[in-house]
Design a protein around this ligand. Structure first.
Ligand SMILES: CC(C)(COP(=O)(O)OP(=O)(O)OC[C@H]1O[C@@H](n2cnc3c(N)ncnc32)[C@H](O)[C@@H]1OP(=O)(O)O)[C@@H](O)C(=O)NCCC(=O)NCCS
Length: 219
């Protein structure tokens, strides 16, 4: 289901459960995004939101790294635009107690259906990579630092050459997206969200081409 403006407090509550501090959207941020044409698909359990994904349709071309939003602030606040070329998705999250139960898949599937229905050719996201530095201290994330993955990202930044897929999917979030969406990792976005210290501020921008759906296809 798609959240409405009356659901903003429930969405902010989910953000506070699912994200480490510093990465949570508060009610006023969520309200501003909705006013810019963004939407939020949610899954609920026992009258509470347990999973969400924010998205908007845009005329932007995700494959051009020089015109891609420079940082998360701009990625998550750009107004929706037409003609629809891409659907940009961000802040996929599941409350910790409900992880591993398929709700992330349900909200992503709903975003993909909406993207296709609106004629988007790409589903595009900003993949976190929290094993770059790993998580420490209190918070819902429990991700280990992976020195080999960190080296791969640092080399990508230095050389501009995308590392081998096997190295990228050492990270649990990038592996999740690759396995779930069969997406391609397009470009490295340094300093995209400095507050995401586990990810070293990096995001790995990914895209899933959305061909016309065929009978029997999943999303
Ligand atoms: C990413 C996320 C939405 C996946 O939801 P889920 O219900 O756990 O999804 P699934 O059960 O289908 O997949 C589990 C996989 O996600 C991985 N994963 C990704 N991020 C994770 C996280 N922060 N904590 C634990 N596991 C995570 C697991 O390692 C597992 O992969 P594996 O079996 O290859 O190790 C959820 O873990 C989450 O909300 N994470 C925090 C927010 C976040 O980082 N969102 C990504 C934004 S780019």
């Amino acid at each position: 289901m798609t959240a409405q403006s009356r659901d903003i407090d429930g969405l902010a509550q989910l953000e506070s459960e699912a994200w480490p501090s510093g990465l949570r959207a508060d009610a006023s941020t969520i309200r501003m995004r909705l006013l810019r044409g963004h939407r939020v698909v949610v899954a609920a359990f026992e009258h509470r939101f347990v999973a969400a994904a924010c998205f908007y349709h845009t005329a932007a071309d995700p494959t051009n790294a020089t015109t891609f939003p420079r940082d998360f602030e701009s990625f998550s606040t750009s107004p929706a635009s037409t003609p629809v070329r891409s659907t940009y998705v961000y802040n996929l999250c599941v409350t910790p107690a409900q992880r591993g139960r398929g709700s992330a898949e349900r909200v992503i599937d709903a975003v993909i259906c909406d993207a296709r229905a609106n004629g988007a050719r790409f589903l595009v996201g900003d993949g976190r990579c929290p094993s770059y530095a790993g998580t420490a201290g209190p918070g819902p994330d429990r991700i280990r630092h992976d020195p080999q993955f960190q080296r791969a990202i640092d080399d990508w930044l230095c050389t501009g050459l995308r590392p081998d897929l096997r190295l990228l999917i050492r990270d649990p979030v990038l592996r999740y997206y690759h396995r779930r969406l069969g997406c391609e990792f397009l470009h490295l976005a340094p300093g995209f969200l400095p507050e995401d210290r586990a990810s070293g501020g990096f995001r790995v921008i990914f895209a899933k081409p959305l061909g016309a759906a065929r009978a029997g296809d999943g999303p």
